[in-house]
Design a protein around this ligand. Structure first.
Ligand code: SF4
Length: 262
């Protein structure tokens, strides 16, 4: 939905150059210290589920760009996509060639569900977005798919190959990034779980987008301040602690996991 006035992005604390993604923002909103860990380069190990999800996303994008992929072609398409950009992840997982067949089978099952979603108004897949709202601060993301809904405006879609989770922060970030880069507020943002069929959608407003801008700016301020003084940030424990690479050194996370495992 077109709204020509630029989005206001608050001033931020000066500091080292920082690149903020939707994943970083979502992580920060759950647990600030885990987000600080990501910026220090502390990531969890590659997982089979994320490899399957990443490959499925490549297949979805190829379908939208070049048309349907028949079951007989899917294995070779998967091999091409792995060869193009996913070999390091494959090596990190230690998957043997014989185990790839099962991976392709899972991707195929997701693809069959994906094909039922429809693609009316499709405009682009894996659309990169970037904005620099302040010196040394880059906001960056890649939207799974962009659709035109006619008078209702542009729709940004994030496909999930697992559960829907809590997509609000990530969708809010995409709406902000689109507004900053394209100069218009998207008509709709939505997350769709290809595996479960769950769907979450929002109609962004200028007030909401600028509120997200304020949260992103506050995050940048707190992270830069923490890096400058050398301290840590709050550790907000929850189900996400299970996959946190800081879990072994985090009392709060270990306590949460003990409750979850009880
Ligand atoms: S284990 Fe949990 S509480 Fe600790 S840093 Fe990670 S996400 Fe935060």
């Amino acid at each position: 939905m077109s709204d020509a006035a630029p989005i206001r992005f608050p001033d931020v604390r000066p500091g080292e150059p920082m690149v903020v993604s939707g994943t970083l923002f979502q992580t920060y909103e759950r647990c600030p210290e885990q987000a600080a860990g990501r910026l220090r380069g502390v990531y969890g190990p590659e997982s089979r589920a994320s490899f399957v999800g990443g490959l499925a996303h490549r297949v979805f994008a190829r379908h939208l760009a070049a048309g349907p992929i028949g079951p007989d072609r899917l294995p070779s398409v998967c091999r091409e996509e792995i060869g193009a950009s996913m070999n390091p992840k494959l090596a990190a997982l230690g998957l043997k060639p014989s185990q790839l067949e099962a991976v392709v089978g899972e991707v195929g099952a997701l693809y069959e569900r994906f094909k039922t979603l429809g693609a009316d108004g499709f405009e682009g897949a894996e659309v990169p977005l970037e904005a620099e709202p302040a010196d040394g601060l880059t906001l960056r993301g890649k939207v799974d798919a962009v659709f035109s809904d006619g008078p209702a405006g542009t729709r940004l879609v994030d496909w999930k190959t697992g559960g829907l989770g809590e997509p609000e922060a990530q969708l809010g970030f995409y709406a902000l990034l689109w507004a900053l880069e394209r100069g218009e507020i998207p008509g709709r943002v939505e997350a769709v779980s290809v595996s479960s069929g769950e769907r979450y959608e929002e109609v962004p407003t200028r007030t909401g987008v600028e509120e997200v801008a304020g949260r992103v700016a506050a995050m940048v301020d707190r992270l830069r301040e923490a890096f400058e003084r050398g301290g840590s940030l709050p550790r907000d424990a929850g189900p996400w602690c299970r996959w946190c690479p800081l879990l072994d050194e985090c009392d709060e996370g270990r306590a949460a996991r003990a409750i979850l495992d009880a």
